[in-house]
Design a binder for this molecule. Structure first.
Ligand code: NAD
Length: 558
């Protein structure tokens, strides 16, 4: 199903200013789709898997070709509809309407289970879009890096006097998003030990600069980590192994990291690798998925048991948004206290929610020219626009020094309500003045302040108990369409698996025109504004204060 119709030439985003489509907006959607699939960016190119387990950019190569052709023919007042990675219609709309509308992996709530979804997927009727895979705004591992960096910075502030220097963070997973963890720790001057069963991935992350060193074995890994810790040096060590095996071994050795977390693809049992010989378990996955899932669940239980034991011994444990705790609960492990709260917190209620209350989240942009200079030019403009923002200055300095450009050059930057609009207009001016060499795509992750309902992650433990209310991401998508975004998406199951989340995405292209400035102003206010509304409504005073101070209109608050 996947290999048929695969393009002869490997897919990579086009660079430069020559358009293959009739508008920059359609060209931008095409380049970002191509960028998601670029083998340097995607996880499994042949199967169109971009990241996050089986998060795909298009349903199969045939449907990819149809999407490409449709985008190339799309008129400036037409909109392409994409249903789970397949172009299903073209509408006559308006010039200011989105050029692309995407719905991925959505099921009627009572049917929204992984098992039912897998059946439809097998029949070729659906596709798992994760978050930015199926909505074409993935920017490789950098996309999550700043969020991970800020989370570890918040942990450093709360528990270690402002720095991770002299601490060890233990985690697992070196895939698309998880691969950001070691660099995020070392950017906070800490030591990171990261476990990954696929040796090639460890090597890849060392090559890319996300991991500093590969250990020969566990003993070697511990020596490297302890040495770096004693020297107060930021250093990361990748170890080939399985978390469900290695964590209990570490407990036996009496090893006590300061922080333990995890970002394996536990949201889908087909993507969490159970203990055992790696070739054998991967063969089992192909031959007998049910047996594989059973073993994955047993390994997850063992993995979480070890995390809980480390927590009992004084390590700070945090869940990193992959539903590992939820799966362990499915496997029969007690992961909640008597009040129903998870025994160790998720990273959002623990560290990120105050940022969401200010409308902050993983805002991002990519240079359609393919020229890294465009991103560096915007970096300069960003620092000039927000000269007082120390956190931002620190991030840009670290990103320039350490983050490689992979695929189309891009930058992620957590900006809040008011700031996003301001920067969007600055970028549009840079395009208009020819200070950057082509239009710039502006978007965000679905993991944002007002775009997701996910009770085991972004909306875990909401103040008013509204964790599972999914009206908000639906309103977010509608509001972005009404405000003039260029492509808008609505997905199910990103981050934590089918049935566990509803979320939406938006993208707008800064083309440098005055008309685009108007739309940027609206979209980049509307979108983070949904985060202010959502958190103010749930009773967070910080969000209510931000609404009052920055003029977000909330009827009851006024
Ligand atoms: P991925 O599939 O690209 O990578 C996951 C990695 O985990 C793979 O390299 C895999 O080999 C490894 N792994 C699987 N089982 C393992 C085990 N038992 N021990 C050690 N390593 C194991 O996925 P990703 O994009 O890195 O995302 C990872 C998870 O994080 C997913 O569940 C995803 O939904 C979630 N996620 C979280 C956030 C966040 O902000 N917290 C954002 C995006 C994705």
């Amino acid at each position: 199903m996947f290999y048929e119709f695969k393009p002869e030439e490997t897919v990579r985003a086009a660079h430069g200013t020559t358009l293959r489509c009739k508008t920059w907006e359609a060209e931008a959607a095409l380049r970002m789709l191509e960028n998601n699939l670029d083998p340097a960016v995607s996880l499994v190119y042949d199967e169109l898997i971009v990241y996050g387990g089986a998060g795909r950019a298009a349903r199969n190569w045939k449907e990819y070709q149809v999407i490409v052709k449709t985008l190339k023919e799309l008129e400036p007042d037409e909109t392409m509809l994409v249903q789970s990675g397949k172009a299903v219609g073209v509408l006559k709309t308006w010039a200011y309407a989105p050029r692309v509308l995407i719905a991925n992996s959505n099921l009627v709530p009572a049917w929204s289970t992984q098992e039912y979804f897998d059946e439809l997927d097998r029949l070729g009727l659906m596709m798992y879009g994760q978050m930015t895979a199926g909505s074409w705004i993935y920017i490789a591992t950098q996309g999550i890096l700043q969020g991970t960096y800020e989370t570890f910075a918040a942990m450093a502030d709360q528990h270690f006097g402002g720095s991770l220097r002299g601490t060890i963070t233990l985690t697992a997973g070196l895939g698309g998003m998880s691969g950001a963890q070691p660099l995020a720790v070392t950017m906070n001057d800490g030591v990171c030990l990261v476990i990954e069963p696929i040796e090639e991935r460890v090597q890849q992350k060392v090559r890319e600069g996300y991991v500093d060193e590969q250990a020969r074995d566990l003993a070697h890994a511990l020596v490297l980590c302890e040495q770096a810790k004693a020297a107060g040096k930021g250093w990361s060590v990748g170890l080939t192994g399985n978390a469900a095996t290695v964590l209990p071994q570490l407990l036996e050795l009496g090893f006590k990291p300061e922080i333990v977390t995890d970002q394996t693809s536990a949201h889908d049992l087909m993507d969490y690798i159970p203990e055992g010989d790696i070739d054998e378990v991967l063969a089992l996955r192909a031959a007998n998925p049910e047996a594989f899932k059973k073993r994955a669940l047993a390994s997850i239980v063992k993995h979480v048991e070890a995390i809980l034991e480390m927590q009992r011994r004084g390590t700070i444990a945090v869940d990193y948004g992959n539903n590992l705790r939820g799966q362990a609960e499915k496997g029969g492990l007690k992961v909640r206290d008597s009040a129903g709260q998870f025994l160790y917190p998720g990273f959002v209620p623990g560290y990120i929610r105050p940022l969401f209350c200010e409308g902050k989240g993983p805002f991002r942009w990519a240079a359609l020219s393919g020229d890294p200079q465009d991103i560096l030019r915007i970096d300069r403009a960003l620092l000039e626009t927000f000269p007082e923002n120390k956190m931002l200055a620190r991030w840009i300095a670290k990103a320039q020094a350490k983050v490689p450009f992979i695929g189309l050059p891009a930058r992620v930057c957590w900006l809040g309500y008011g700031e996003r609009e301001q920067l969007g207009l600055v970028i549009n001016d840079l395009v208009a003045q020819g200070e950057v060499s082509a239009p710039i795509v502006i978007g965000r992750d679905h993991l944002d302040c007002g775009s997701v309902a996910s009770p085991n992650r972004e909306t875990e433990g909401m103040k008013d108990g509204s964790d599972a209310v999914a009206d908000w991401p639906l309103l977010n998508a509608l509001a972005n369409c009404a405000s003039g975004a260029d492509w808008v998406s609505l997905h199910n199951g990103g981050g934590v698996g089918i049935g566990n989340s509803t979320h939406s995405g938006m993208v707008i292209v800064a083309t440098g025109t005055p008309e685009k400035a108007e739309r940027l102003k609206r979209v980049l206010t509307t979108d983070p504004g949904m985060g202010i509304f959502r958190h103010a409504d749930a009773g967070y005073e910080l969000a209510q204060d931000v609404a009052r101070e920055r003029g977000a209109k909330i009827p009851r608050l006024e």
